[in-house]
Write a protein that binds this ligand. Structure first.
Ligand SMILES: [Zn+2]
Length: 400
């Protein structure tokens, strides 16, 4: 076989040819994996795109396999994507430049036109079809995990509230990756695997708002007594949890306080270090160009899951059903989940649905040591510092 033919075969097999240009870290943008590849392969040649005299560059060939891998997460060639031969299906074909642009857009990378052209022209394939996870009829694993969560939410809302784990149901849909009875341990595993339990130190100050004017006392400003506890985002009726926010504005927004409303704001701190699951601080999502695809999809699912459990819910009576999935998950984390050294967690941090960038903390009650009889005793780990009453001012965030 001639050299030219064997080179051609090699290019066809690996799916790209060498553009024979050089690129620097600056031109490749903020993708950790691509940057690392450039960094590891820097040579003495200047970048073919920005022509910088000071920045070192690496041959683009070292990136081509990773870029192609990233493109193939969402697109594929017709033959390998499993497209039907039946022409009644209207299959849309895209150019290499189109699919590359789409992938770069999703990843937030802004490459120059020259760089995009060189990389796109180096792909051996020229006609692409939509193919999530490589398959024309496929779906991403993070989507399949999300559908599994939706099946779980549907089951506990409308089918079985208390015994959904005892019956080993088949997956609701063939695309679900996790069945209903497996969902809670799966979430627990995700939290452990991503080290999402963190220490809440004694010095932490948290805010709580109670509508109306109330005296400075734990009984008045703490969680309601069991008999009066209505259902909330994380707690079922009759089992009060202590809801707190990281700042006053969030606490006011969470209680739907409006300008002119009379409220009492109280500050609370833990009297010992607490351990809480933090759903407001995500693990970093691996690059779509790296081979950590499974991890990439798990983190994508975590983003979506947190959106779902903190989404706004209308307070028109439907909340009694809509909050059930988050109540079931919270109770699992409160009663069954163990983090390091078989320790239980004290609560859960979650993003606010109503205050931008706001964070909430919900604390689980501790009734199991035989000590707590009253609601406030079940939250003995928290101390009431100060409180003040007043009306919400025109900025809607402080009390005058
Ligand atoms: Zn450059």
């Amino acid at each position: 076989m001639g050299i030219v033919k064997s080179q051609w075969l090699e290019q066809e097999e690996r799916g790209w040819q060498d553009p024979e240009t050089w690129v620097c870290q600056h031109c490749i943008g903020e993708d950790s994996h691509l940057r690392q590849l450039v960094r590891k392969n820097l040579g003495g040649v200047s970048c073919s795109y920005c022509k910088s005299k000071t920045r070192k560059a690496a041959p683009i060939a070292v990136l081509m396999a990773a870029v192609l891998f990233g493109v193939k997460y969402s697109y594929n060639d017709e033959a390998n994507a499993g497209c039907p031969y039946d022409r009644e299906f209207n299959i849309e074909y895209m150019s290499s430049r189109d699919v590359l642009e789409q992938v770069l857009d999703v990843e937030g990378l802004d490459w120059s036109d020259a760089l995009k052209n060189d990389v796109a022209e180096a792909f051996a394939n020229t006609g692409w079809v939509d193919a999530p996870d490589g398959d024309w009829m496929g779906s991403y694993n993070h989507e399949r995990l999300h559908w599994s969560w939706e099946s779980f939410a549907h089951a506990v809302k409308f089918q079985s509230r208390f015994h959904f784990q005892t019956r080993k149901r088949p997956r609701s849909y063939s695309d679900d990756l996790v069945s209903v009875h497996e969902m809670l341990p799966f979430l627990g595993q995700l939290v452990r695997q991503h080290s999402m339990v963190r220490k809440l130190p004694v010095a932490t100050i948290l805010q709580r708002v109670r509508p109306g004017k109330h005296p400075h006392s734990v009984l008045e400003l703490g969680p309601p007594p069991k008999e009066k506890a209505s259902a909330g985002r994380m707690n079922p009726a009759g089992i009060p949890y202590l809801y707190l926010a990281y700042d006053e504005k969030t606490a006011l927004a969470e209680t739907r306080s409006k300008k002119g409303d009379q409220v009492t704001i109280s500050q609370w701190s833990p009297i010992r270090d607490l351990h809480v699951i933090d759903l407001s601080c995500f693990p970093r999502c691996p690059s779509v160009f790296s081979d950590k695809r499974r991890e990439h999809d798990l983190v994508q699912f975590l983003y979506k899951f947190t959106d779902e459990i903190s989404k706004p819910v209308a307070h028109d009576g439907s909340e009694h059903i809509e909050y059930v999935p988050t109540q079931v998950v919270s109770e699992y984390f409160a009663q069954a989940f163990k983090h390091a050294k078989s320790k239980r967690v004290d609560g859960l941090i979650y993003p606010s649905a109503v205050a931008q960038d706001g964070r909430n903390l919900v604390l689980f009650p501790q009734y199991d040591d035989g000590q707590a009889t009253h609601t406030h005793e079940a939250f003995a780990a928290m101390e009431l510092n100060v409180s003040r009453s007043g009306r919400v001012n025109s900025c809607g965030n402080t009390v005058i």
